[in-house]
Design a protein around this ligand. Structure first.
Ligand code: GDP
Ligand code: MG
Length: 162
């Protein structure tokens, strides 16, 4: 039984970067689910011998929906389809109003949510992740999509929680 992981978060925090990292480096792609033309939203592969599906909810688009509705629907899809949800944020921006809104939506699900703080490229930035505790989603996991840091711990945690 494959673990389905969904990445949720406001635009520009690095969802697609992390998705590609997971799929392209840590995960060998077994097959892409067809029907996605604009962006690769779903990918399937494995990590340390375990099957994994990843959903980049940021690649989902809903016609004529405003920014908040888009994020709302992306969170709904994640809560529907995923076994474990990764809420992604950006350490350089800190906690934003939109992050608070997304976290509030995600706190309603019984499914496990892991809070990941991307763009923690250096030790000073990794020290800044503690502010994210106030999103009420537990321990923040530092990531650097650019440098490929932190993904092992994150995926290990995801499999633990599934
Ligand atoms: P999305 O909108 O959430 O899918 O975000 P993207 O993956 O498109 O990334 C948005 C921008 O952030 C791009 O310019 C990325 O190169 C940059 N970015 C992503 N991850 C990192 C990171 O770990 N560190 C830094 N410094 N930049 C990053
Ligand atoms: Mg994207």
């Amino acid at each position: 039984q494959a673990l389905t992981l969904a990445i949720v978060g406001r635009p520009n925090v690095g969802k697609s970067t992390i998705f590609n990292r997971i799929v392209g480096e840590r995960v060998s792609i077994v097959e892409d689910i067809p029907g996605v033309t604009r962006d690769r939203i779903y990918a399937r592969g494995e990590w340390l011998g375990r099957s994994l599906n990843v959903i980049d909810t940021g690649g989902l688009e809903f016609n004529q929906a405003d920014f908040m509705s888009q994020i709302h629907m992306q969170a709904e899809i994640a809560m529907d389809e995923a076994d474990v949800i990764i809420m992604l944020t950006d350490v350089r921006d800190g906690v934003t109003k939109t992050d608070e809104m997304v976290a509030k939506l995600l706190r309603k699900t019984d499914k496990p949510v892991i809070l990941a703080v991307n763009k923690a490229d250096n030790p000073e930035q990794r020290a800044d992740i503690y502010d994210f505790y106030r999103l009420g989603l537990g321990d923040p996991y530092p990531l650097s999509g650019s440098h490929g840091l932190g993904l092992g711990d994150l995926l290990e945690r995801a499999f633990q929680l599934a």
